[in-house]
Structures are given as structure tokens and as C-alpha cells.
Design a protein around this ligand. Structure first.
Ligand code: ARG
Ligand code: ZN
Length: 884
């Protein structure tokens, strides 16, 4: 029984409940408290005797006093859930050690010593998936950020760089493949069917980049020759049977290696590059030196099982982890407050790579959509933090859209202000100056400042201030002069009530409404609270196109006529600005609608403008279909909610659905023609065919909204004719939201067809949990009982519950059942996998921005979690900040 279903205690009976002390808050770690390590570890030798439920580790550390350290004689070795079986210093068993919490402290008198510690682990019991764990009979590791301390005692901090030698032995039948970082230097047979391998990584690295993998794996192998002529062996390791689905990942890896040489002058630095796919993984992937470990979902792809979106995600994540070899590994972080140093920069690098591999315009739109859906709400909520945080309780909670995606936007602004050539001089200087070091965000900014010759004094505020800047624009025209007045406000965020004005680079263009052209784009930088910019040469008021290409991660507030937005949606030569005008048109209309500001006439007028713009997007022969598909995507409900201080998710959902149905009716004929045209395009991975698949499902969604019977008919036909997952998933998504007989038939067929293929069964869970079906909550409850559901696989948990939490129809159901479902999940998942459990807290943490009836229920869920005596540091931090 859980707490929710327990009958409540009589009010006077409080003795028992009050007996336990309130749970202690985890300690707060502060950036300003940074101290260099007292001891360094130039070399490490690790010896693993591998077993799924019993692994023995002997770690030999050569330690040396850090000349820049405090001079303390105590060596602090971090540990987590491990015990020291033996401690030896310079070869002698010593008693002069003690435990401080879970850390091991050893007193040392000299300048350098050899410290040896033995530990024993049970990988099969490690459900947290941090440290060494078992997945499908194989062993693998995840050490970032603080997982190495779950393997052995070590100064587990990124500013301690060591050269690693790793020896491992185990049963050959169970672990035929033995991998670690660097190069394999020796291997051989042991007794009783065992074998062993020794690996050496010549590049000094922090412990978070250590990795080991042992299991029954097969490789897709290829070779790459670097610009300097180094021949590199490339392997993508998967479970036998999966090798046919690795070619896209391999192509993406080769493209990444080539691209980094051309775009950033970065060459690979080992003779071997291994990637291993693992089905139990907390995150997307991990950039361990020479041995990247990936969630299977970012490796495996073929047309039958992966959508076009999955292909793009594989390419992006392969690139991301590869690019970390320089931005993360060769230059790493001094401490975890600097996380965005490697993550923000590497996200920017993977974005630029994907843009070069496909459509730059479409990639930019997708990246901004992610930022607005995932990062803007974070920046305006209780968990808001600067891209370089000042404090944390659990670092795993800071692998956020702010650190990653806003971090990338901040560096992109420097690139925009410097221009591409000077920016490259800045990054060249950064790599040259800090190669082999553990650096700070300040080091990065300084290198760009010097190398790109920019003054970034005031720009540094982007690193210290949280919150999405709001830029209000007003335009006045008089005679031939146009005056643009811009005013910025950076909203207060937790711990930061007052903000200073930041430099905001805005690409702008002014359009002549008669000719539909502009006289050139300009980059203006708003760096005061309020500023005016004057433009000459317009005899009538021009149409303003601002923040083109989304040159700054801000929200623009600019009241304007629908006619101007319709104009820009049709004429702007910046594809992002064109998308933005479409979005603006819909946002203005829907925000007015949910705020009760539209009478019948105004609603009809707003819809007519949207219908007109939408109609020309469908018809415009100059648009490619990938771009057309982007322009057809309506603003997300979370983004609409962001526009209001407090919102009613039910009203937003109802208005947005009503608009979709109206568009489907109004444009029925062109949408059906569009769907027919797209259906006739044969499958290929070329842009034109991918575009056709994108608009096919977009059209289907609107057709189904206005005419469910016609939608079901077309969706079922699309499902049955599908020769690829993009079409099949798109059709099933539409069917899952309908109350048609085809729904059950298609869902059952899909499950049968892909039984045993975990990544596709994940889709089966997601599609149902994300559906706009009236019975979606019942469906989710039933899926949680399905034999294929398990709480121990993060992909499966996310497939069901992230989809549910992101589905307003389920999560924000007026009954509060959606909140209860996510609250229960967090409480049940926390002891199994705290990192994954904590990821579900922010959805409930948005309560202050939601109408009062729902807000009270969301808050109550958080309180129910907070009342638990045993909570992980991860969930405790997120819940207490969300309530605070
Ligand atoms: N550095 C990895 C990446 O962005 C993410 C690893 C995060 N892991 C974690 N357990 N928090 O590529
Ligand atoms: Zn990363």
C-alpha cells in the first residue's frame, strides 16, 4: 500500500509521526569554496576481477603532494556505497586510515607515496546505473559525474588528472570482449576458462572519463585516417544481432571526425576509437576517452525501426560525444560548476555539425524549439540557475537544458558578435592555451576575448545571471526616420532578486511593405536597460524582423498587427524569422483566446489570418517540404503557458485543439492533397523524401482533428502501407489519439511485429502515454501493469512516464490523477534509480505558474514526496527547491 491510499490518522494522534526527526537537508556545495586538491594522482593502476554479482577491484594510486595545494598531510579519497577491504601505503598494510562519512582518509608524511586500496562490488545489484553495473549480462561503467567513487576510493574530482593502466580478467564465455580507455597493450588466457586484457590510456584524464566494458559484443569496424595521417580503428560494439543497425552511427562517426578537423581544426589523438551500445543507461551517452558508452537509442537505426528523428538524434549524439574528445577531454573542467564549459560548447559544436550535414535552417528551428520547451520553463521556475551555477547539492541535477542548451546559445552569441573567422581564432587559442588542463568558464571567455578580439567584460553576466531576458520593442516612424526603442528586463530568479543589463546581440532587418525586400541585415547590440536605434530611408513605416536566426536566447515582446506577421511569414528571407512570424501569429491569437480577450469577431479574424498564412505555407512552391513541415508545427502548450504569469492548462489545450480542428476544416482540401502527394513519394533518406514524410504526418494530424473518421481511414492506410518507421509511427500516433476501431488493431499489430525489440517497444509505450485519447490515464495505468513494463530500465520508464508527464491531457487532467501518477512514480523509482526519479520533479515544480486548483494538487504531491524519511539527495534537492 502507498501513502496516498492509507486512511488518514486522527488529528490528535501525532506522537508516532513526530518521533522521527525531520530528514536532514543535504550539504550545499559552493563554487566560491573551491580549493585546489592537496594531493595529485599522476598514475593509477586498476585491477578488476570481473563477475556479474561479485567484482574485486585493486586500485594502486601513485600520489604526490600538490605544490599548489594546502599542504595538508591527509589524503581524502571519496567513496560511495563501498568499503575498503584493505589499505596499503608503500606496500605495507596500514591502520592509519579512517572513514569520514563515506570518504576514506589516509595520513601521509612524505611528498609522494603508493596507496593501494581493495574494494568489492556487486554490479548486478547496482540499479542506480552509476559506477560499475550489469546490463543484459554485460558489465559497463558510468562515472560522470561522481560514479568512480562507487568503484574505488579516489579523489573523484575533475581537476585530478591521472594516467590509467587497467587490467581486467574474467570468464571468457561470459565476457569474451574486454574494453577500457586507450589502447589494448596485452592480453592472454588464464586458468579455468578465464582470460585477461591490459589497457593503457596515454592521455591523463579525470576519473569521470574512466570506462570499462566486458561482455558478449560484436563490432561494426571501419577505419579513418586523420588529417595528420594517423590511421584510427573505429568499432561500434553491440549485442550479437544488432550489428545490422549500426551503419548510420558509423557514418555519423566518420563524418564527425572529418568535420571537427575542418570546422575546428581538431584531430583525433589515439589509434582506436570504441563505441559501446548499452540498453540500461541513465542519459544519452558518455564521452569516456577512447571508449564512448551510448544508450542503444543513440546508436541503433535502420529504416524499419528508426524514424527520421531517430536518425538525426543518432547523428547529433555521435557527434556530441566525439567532439567532447577536445571540448571536455583534452580540455576538461576544473570543477562541476564549470560543466557548461564542456557541455555548452559541445552542444554548440554538435548543432553546427548537424546543420552542416542537413538543413541549417531546419536545424536552427528545431534547436530553438527545444530551448523554448525545455529551457525557458526551467529559467522561469524554482530550479532556475545560471549556466555557471553558484551552488548545488547533487551535481546530477545540473545536467540541465540550461547548462547544455542555454550554454550553447551563450557561446553562439559570442560567435555571432565575433564573426566566424574571429570566433575560430578564439577557439584555436582556447585549445592551445588549455590543452591538458582542467579549465574554467572564465578561461574560455578570456580565450575568446583575446583570440577573437572582443570585449566580453559585460557579456560575462550571461554566465552569472539566470532568467530569460525579456526585450520589449516599440517602433515609431516619422518622416523618413524609423526609431526602434528596445528595453530589457531580466526577471528575478531564486537567489537573484536584482539583475543587471546584459549585452543582447540582435540581428534585425526592416522590410519595405510594397517591395517585400529589406536593404540589408544589421547586428545591433542592446547592452543597456533601454536604448533607441535609428534607421533612415523609409517613406512609410517598415516591417521589423528582429532576433533573426534567434541571435539571442531572449523573449521579444512586440505588439503588432497580424497583417505584419502574415507579411513576414510569407516574405522574410531569413527562414527562422519566417517560422517565428508564423509562431507569433498563433501565439498572439491563442494567448488572447485563453485570456478571454477574444469576442466572436476577433476570434474569427485571428483564425482567418492564421488560415491565410497556413494556406500559403502549404501552397508555397519555393519551400522544401522539410521547411514546410517545420512551419506547420503549432507552438507547444508549454511554450504558450510560458507567455502567461499563471495559466490554465485545460484552457490552453482546448483552445489549441480547437484551432487545429478549425485549420483542418478550413484547409481540408489542400491538406488532403498534401497528404496524397506525400504518400506517393517513395522511401529514401534524401531530404526530399524525408520532407514528404514530415508533412505527411503533419497533414494527417490536422485532418484527424477535424474529421476523425477520415483521419482514422487515412492513418490506418498509412500504417498498413508503411515501409519505414517514420510513416508507421506517425500513423500510429494519430490512431492512438482517436476512439476508432483501427486504434486497437494497429496497436496490437505494432506490438506483435516488434516484440523483443526494446527500442521499438519503447515507442509503443510512448505513443499511448502521449496520446490525446480521452481514456489516456486509464491506458497509462494499464501500461504500467503490462509485462513489458519495468522500473529498472530508464528507457522504458521514460517511454511511459516522460511521455505522460509531457502530455497535458494526461498530466494536467482536472482530476489531479496525472499529478498523483507522477508523484507515485517518483516515490517508487527513487530507491531504484534516484537520478532518473529526480528528472520527473520539475514537471510538478511548475505549480506556481498553474491555476490555483491544479497548483494545490501539484504542491500536495511534492509535499507527499518531501515527507518521506528516506529520499535520495537528487530528489530531496529538487523537491525542496520546488516547494521553497
Ligand atoms: N557528459 C555526458 C554528455 O553530455 C553526460 C553524462 C551525464 N551523466 C550523468 N550521470 N549525469 O555527453
Ligand atoms: Zn556532453
Amino acid at each position: 500500500m502507498d501513502i496516498a491510499s492509507r486512511p488518514s490518522e486522527p488529528a490528535e494522534n501525532t506522537q508516532v509521526a513526530d518521533a522521527a526527526p525531520p530528514p536532514a537537508a543535504p550539504p550545499v556545495i559552493r563554487r566560491e569554496d573551491y580549493l585546489p586538491p592537496a594531493w595529485l594522482v599522476p598514475e593509477v593502476a586498476l585491477d578488476f576481477r570481473l563477475g556479474l554479482d561479485a567484482t574485486k577491484v585493486v586500485a594502486k594510486l601513485s600520489v604526490a603532494r600538490n605544490p599548489a595545494g594546502s599542504g595538508a598531510s591527509t589524503l581524502r579519497l571519496n567513496g560511495d556505497q563501498i568499503a575498503p577491504l584493505a589499505v596499503r601505503v608503500d606496500g605495507l598494510d596500514v591502520n592509519d586510515w579512517r572513514l569520514d562519512g563515506s570518504d576514506l582518509l589516509v595520513e601521509l608524511n612524505g611528498e609522494a607515496h603508493a596507496v593501494e586500496v581493495e574494494t568489492a562490488l556487486n554490479p548486478a545489484a547496482n540499479s542506480q546505473l552509476m559506477g560499475l553495473y550489469a546490463s543484459n549480462g554485460m558489465l559497463c561503467t558510468q562515472c560522470e559525474a561522481e560514479g568512480f567513487r562507487r568503484i574505488t576510493f579516489f579523489p573523484d574530482r575533475p581537476d585530478v588528472l591521472s594516467t590509467y593502466t587497467v587490467r581486467m580478467s574474467g570468464e571468457k564465455a561470459q565476457f569474451p570482449i574486454l574494453l577500457a580507455n586507450g589502447n589494448c597493450t596485452a592480453s592472454g588466457e588464464g586458468e579455468d576458462g578465464t582470460h585477461w586484457a591490459e589497457w593503457h590510456d596515454p592521455w591523463p584524464k579525470p576519473s569521470y572519463l574512466f570506462a570499462l566494458v566486458a561482455g558478449d559484443l560484436v563490432a561494426n569496424h571501419a577505419e579513418f585516417t586523420t588529417m595528420g595521417g594517423r590511421k584510427v580503428d573505429l568499432n561500434i560494439w553491440v549485442r550479437p544481432g544488432d550489428e545490422d543497425r549500426t551503419q548510420h552511427a558509423m557514418d555519423s562517426l566518420v563524418n564527425s571526425m572529418k568535420w571537427d578537423e575542418e570546422a575546428f581544426g581538431r584531430e583525433y589523438d589515439l589509434d582506436l576509437f570504441n563505441i559501446v551500445a548499452v540498453s540500461d543507461f541513465n542519459m544519452g551517452a558518455m564521452e569516456n576517452k577512447g571508449l564512448n558508452v551510448f544508450n542503444t537509442r543513440y546508436v541503433l537505426a535502420d529504416p524499419e525501426t528508426a524514424t527520421d528523428g531517430d536518425y538525426d538524434a543518432v547523428e547529433g549524439v555521435i557527434g556530441h560525444e566525439y567532439f567532447h574528445n577536445w571540448s571536455g577531454n583534452r580540455v576538461t573542467c576544473r570543477d562541476w560548476f564549470q560543466l557548461s564549459l564542456k557541455e555548452g560548447f559541445t552542444v554548440l559544436r554538435d548543432q553546427l555539425f548537424s546543420a552542416d550535414m542537413g538543413s541549417e535552417a531546419v536545424k536552427r528551428i528545431e534547436d530553438v524549439r527545444v530551448l523554448r520547451i525545455a529551457q525557458f520553463p526551467e529559467d522561469s521556475g524554482p530550479l532556475a540557475h545560471p549556466i555557471r551555477p553558484d551552488s548545488f547539492q547533487e551535481i546530477s541535477n545540473f545536467y540541465t537544458a540550461t547548462i547544455y542548451n542555454k550554454g550553447a546559445e551563450v557561446i553562439r552569441m559570442m560567435r555571432t558578435m565575433a564573426g566566424l573567422e574571429r570566433f575560430r581564432q578564439g577557439t584555436d587559442l582556447y585549445f592551445e592555451r588549455h590543452d591538458g588542463e582542467a579549465a574554467t568558464c572564465e578561461d574560455f571567455v578570456k580565450a575568446i576575448e583575446d583570440g577573437a578580439r572582443l570585449d566580453l567584460t559585460q557579456f560575462r553576466l550571461w554566465y552569472s545571471q539566470a532568467g530569460t531576458p525579456q526585450v520589449a520593442a516599440e517602433m515609431a516612424h516619422n518622416g523618413t526616420q524609423t526609431v526602434l526603442k528596445l528595453t530589457q528586463t531580466v526577471p528575478a530568479t531564486p537567489g537573484q532578486p536584482e539583475k543587471q543589463a546584459m549585452p543582447i546581440p540582435l540581428r534585425v532587418a526592416l522590410f519595405d511593405r510594397d517591395t517585400g525586400t529589406h536593404s540589408g541585415e544589421q547586428l545591433i547590440v542592446l547592452d543597456k536597460d533601454s536604448q533607441t536605434f535609428t534607421f533612415d530611408g523609409f517613406t512609410q513605416p517598415p516591417v521589423l524582423s528582429i532576433n533573426r536566426g534567434f541571435s539571442a536566447p531572449v523573449a521579444i515582446e512586440f505588439e503588432r498587427d497580424s497583417a505584419d506577421l502574415v507579411f513576414l511569414a510569407a516574405h522574410d528571407d531569413d527562414p527562422f524569422a519566417r517560422y517565428e512570424a508564423m509562431q507569433g501569429l498563433v501565439v498572439q491569437h491563442l494567448v488572447a483566446a485563453v485570456s478571454g480577450k477574444l469576442d466572436d469577431a476577433a476570434r474569427a479574424e485571428g483564425r482567418a489570418a492564421i488560415g491565410e498564412a497556413y494556406g500559403s505555407v502549404i501552397a508555397d512552391p519555393a519551400l522544401d517540404d522539410l521547411m514546410r513541415g517545420e512551419l506547420m508545427i503549432l507552438p507547444a502548450e508549454t511554450y504558450l503557458a510560458e507567455q502567461l504569469p499563471v495559466s490554465d492548462p485545460g484552457a490552453i489545450h482546448a483552445e489549441r485543439e480547437a484551432l487545429k480542428a478549425w485549420l483542418g476544416r478550413e484547409l481540408a482540401a489542400p491538406l488532403k492533397a498534401l497528404h496524397d502527394r506525400a504518400v506517393a513519394v517513395a522511401y529514401s533518406r534524401e531530404a526530399a523524401a524525408r520532407g514528404a514524410r514530415k508533412i505527411k504526418t503533419q497533414a494527417l494530424v490536422l485532418i484527424a482533428c477535424s474529421d476523425p473518421a477520415e483521419g482514422a481511414r487515412r492513418a490506418f492506410a498509412q500504417y498498413q502501407a508503411a515501409d519505414n518507421m517514420t510513416d508507421r509511427q506517425g500513423a500510429l500516433m494519430v490512431l492512438a489519439s482517436l476512439d476508432a476501431p483501427e486504434r486497437e488493431t494497429a496497436l496490437a499489430d505494432f506490438h506483435d511485429r516488434y516484440e523483443g525489440n526494446a527500442l521499438v517497444i519503447d515507442k509503443w509505450f510512448s505513443l499511448q502515454a502521449g496520446a490525446l485519447n480521452p481514456k489516456v490515464l486509464e491506458h497509462i495505468a494499464a501500461l504500467a501493469q503490462h509485462p513489458d513494463f519495468t522500473m529498472t530500465n530508464p528507457n522504458r520508464v521514460r517511454a511511459l512516464y516522460m511521455a505522460a508527464a509531457a502530455n497535458p491531457k494526461a498530466f494536467h487532467d482536472a482530476s489531479g490523477e496525472g499529478y498523483r501518477m507522477i508523484g507515485d512514480l517518483i516515490r517508487r523509482l527513487d530507491p531504484i534509480n534516484a537520478q532518473t526519479a529526480a528528472r520527473f520533479v520539475p514537471s510538478l515544480g511548475r505549480w506556481r505558474r498553474i491555476e490555483p486548483v491544479r497548483a494545490a494538487m501539484m504542491r500536495a504531491e511534492l509535499e507527499r514526496i518531501a515527507a518521506l524519511p528516506e529520499l535520495s539527495r537528487d530528489v530531496r534537492e529538487q523537491v525542496s527547491k520546488s516547494l521553497g
